[in-house]
Structure formats: C-alpha cells, structure tokens
Design a protein around this ligand. Structure first.
Ligand code: PHE
Length: 414
C-alpha cells in the first residue's frame, strides 16, 4: 500500500492516484545548485543577469506549483501530453513540480511595470530518459521584455546596434532573423511593423548573450533558429546549439500571446512582449567542458574544487572508470495495454540504480504469438563518475532492479 502522505521540502501533502514523485527526485529540490557558488550553473545565472541589464531577477521561486500555473495559465490544452503522469512529476492531482520556468510567467508579469524586463532562474523537472545529456532535473532561465508600441523606433535603433556587434563575431548562425509568417504566424491583432522588430530584438539579444558569455578564444559556436510551437507564444522559435556532433535544444521563445498578456494586468493593445526559456546545463556543458549532465549534481569535491565563483574554467574529467552493461528482459503482464508508462521503467531503474545508471536503452520489443505477450529488453549501462564499481555491486543492483520491476510493474523477468 502506498503511503498516505508525502513530504517535500518540509511540507507534507496527501497522496492520490496521481502521485509519482520518487524520493530520489524529491531530494534534488533542496540542492539549489543555481544559487550555490562556485557551482557553474550559479556562474551562468550571473553571466546571463549581467547581460540583461536592468531586468529584475527572480532566483528563489519554489519548485512546487499547481498545474494551473504550470499549464492552464499559459493556455495548454486539457489534453496536452506534457500534463500526463508519464511526463511530469506530481505530488498529487493539485500540486506538481514545475516542468519549466514559464510556470512563473503570469505571476511575474503581473508585478512588472510597463516596458519592464525580468529573468527567472530555477530548477525544473521532467520525467525523461537517462543519458549523458538528459536528466530528469535541470535548470532554466526565463526572460521576458515588455515593449510599449510607442517605443518601436527606439527598438529598431537598438536592433541596428546589436546587429553590428554580431556582424563579425565567431558565432556561426544558420538562418537567422527571418522566419516564414505562413508556418509561424503572427497573431491576428499584430502588425508586421511591430512584431518583426520584436522578434528580431529577441533573437539579437539572445545571440549577443552568447557572444558575451562564450570567451573570444573558444571555438566558433554553431547555432540555428528553427520555428517552434508553444501554447502561449506566436510566432515561436527554438534555438539549437551544436555540441559533440549533435544539435542540442537550447531554448524556446516567442512573442507572447495577447491572451496571456491580458491575464497579467498589462494591456495587449499597447504592449508587446517577447519571452524565452533556456536550458542552463545545455550552455554549461560546452562552456565548462562538462561531458555528462549528471556531473552537475555531483557531491564529489573533485567536481566542486574545479570551479571559482563567477569564472569560466575548463573541467578536467576525473579518471574515467570502466562501464558495465547488463541486459534485463521481461514479459509484460498478460493483456497489458496501458496502465503504465515507459517513463515508469526509466524512473524505477534510476530510483534503484541511482547515479550508477549512466544510460538505459530499449534493445528489444516484440509480441510473442504463442503466448500472446509482449516482451521488452533493456540494456543498462552502469558507471560511476566518482569511483570504480565492483562486478558484485553491479550484479546486486541489477537484481534489485529486476525485483523492483517485478513488484511494481508486475512484469515477469525472462
Ligand atoms: N518553457 C518553454 C520550454 O521549456 C520555453 C519557452 C519560454 C517558450 C518562453 C516560449 C516562451 O520549452
């Protein structure tokens, strides 16, 4: 039987059929890496704040929010997949861990003066696969700027100045400031004369942010803008950065919908706003040379000792310990059609294996005609960033994972 209450950051909540927050994840809420020097995420937060001069900073908003704030206030439809238990961490039906810093947009806009700007940095939580660049907890900085329509000429002049700064920089930007208004439409009440300079300002401010935080000596930074979709912005964009032969999603942004602005006490008739939300680990990994996202959560002093508050440095990997792989194959319960989510699998494996689990891959998935059952197989890679792990320990953890899968998902190990 599951416990009737759950305690998160000292606060006790009743549980219900939505509760899915494992203790391993709940424990991360107290870490507050983004405000703890000399952690690299704290340094990045401060570098960003330095770039957006005059923007008011919110760095201490609690991670426990309502689904209304996280989703409804931003116009997420009732059936949006992000709301599912398989995607987000719920304390119960009424409270969850924020999945993005946008959860605070409406509240912050409400206390922002006309033509004001703000930043909000926080830890955010999403149920996810396990690999070197995905972790179910990460950090985002949200930023937004309100512009009064009477100030559009000033904005255009600012854009010209920003464009000059980018012209001969080391940033290699694919496609850039333009976008296709057919596939990425302006809001019907918006004129191109006002939205285009806003969208350009958004992209220029972000591009110059990267110019200012990546040192001139570093390798050229490859970035690309692509169209995107968010329930509370249009047009919307995504920025990706090239790192270790892959394009990593770095941020989402766009022109905030009039409907959202109207909810904040601002008047959409004379004010426009852009907003962005960017992943800090995705910037910190190339900037500090950190090869694995789990390292940010390390308590090992060999990690912490390498950083100085407010300064960039290149992380020296501590000795690489060998990896071990174990395959686990199992039958799903007979007649299994739903009732569990693939993310339950990743969470149970992470919960039992902790940070020894570097990677989990589905390597086999088939229906057996004879017995009418579905079989899955996963390959778990074990490696500690901090020590060498004995074979006996890997075997023991693998057995524990099998036992937990059997007990909690009613699977039958093959
Ligand atoms: N919250 C979005 C995300 O996490 C990013 C975003 C922020 C998009 C603000 C638009 C405006 O992906």
């Amino acid at each position: 039987p599951s416990p009737q209450t759950i305690t998160v950051l000292g606060e006790t909540y009743p549980t219900d059929d939505y509760t899915n927050l494992p203790p391993t994840i709940a424990a991360l809420l107290a870490r507050r890496l983004h405000v703890t020097p000399p952690h690299p995420l704290n340094t990045i937060r401060k570098l960003i704040a330095g770039h957006f001069e005059g923007f008011k900073c919110y760095d201490n908003l609690p991670a426990v929010v309502t689904p209304e704030l996280n989703f409804d206030s931003l116009g997420f439809p009732p059936d949006h997949p992000g709301r599912e238990r398989g995607q987000s961490y719920y304390i119960n039906r009424g409270v969850m861990l924020r999945t993005h810093t946008s959860a605070h947009e409406v509240d912050i806009y409400r206390e922002t003066p006309k033509s004001g700007g703000w930043l909000c940095t926080a830890d955010v939580y999403r149920r996810d696969e396990i690999d070197r660049s995905h972790y179910p907890a990460f950090h985002q900085t949200e930023g937004a700027r309100l512009v009064n329509l009477v100030d559009m000429d000033k904005l255009r002049a600012e854009n010209d100045e920003l464009r000059r700064r980018i012209a001969d920089s080391k940033i290699i930007m694919k496609d850039c400031l333009d976008f296709d208004p057919v596939t990425n439409p302006l809001q019907s009440s918006h004129l191109p004369e006002t939205v285009l300079p806003m969208a350009q300002n958004l992209k220029l401010r972000i591009t110059t942010l990267f110019l200012s935080i990546f040192p001139p000596s570093s390798d050229p930074l490859h970035v690309r803008w692509t169209p995107d979709i968010f329930p509370w912005t249009s047009p919307s964009f995504q920025l990706e950065v090239r790192y270790r032969d892959a394009w990593l999603e770095l941020l989402g942004c766009g022109i905030v919908l009039d409907a959202t602005i109207a909810r904040t006490g601002h008047n959409p008739v004379d004010e426009r706003s852009w907003a962005f939300g960017m992943g800090l680990e995705r910037i910190a990994m190339p900037l500090f040379g950190v090869p694995d996202i789990r390292l940010f959560w390390s308590q090992d002093e060999r990690f912490w000792k390498q950083f100085k508050d407010g300064q960039l440095s290149t992380f020296q990997e501590f000795s690489k310990y060998p990896l071990s792989e174990r395959d686990v194959a199992f039958w799903l319960p007979l007649g299994e059609v739903g009732g569990w989510e693939e993310n339950d699998l990743w969470d149970i494996i992470r919960e039992v294996g902790g940070d020894l689990v570097e990677d989990v891959k589905l390597i086999d998935d088939f229906w057996h005609e004879g017995n009418g059952r579905r079989s899955l197989a996963v390959r778990i890679t074990f490696r500690s960033m901090e020590r060498s792990v004995e074979r006996a320990e890997v075997n023991k953890v693998t057995d524990d994972i099998k036992a937990a899968l059997t007990a909690r998902l009613a699977v039958e190990i093959r």
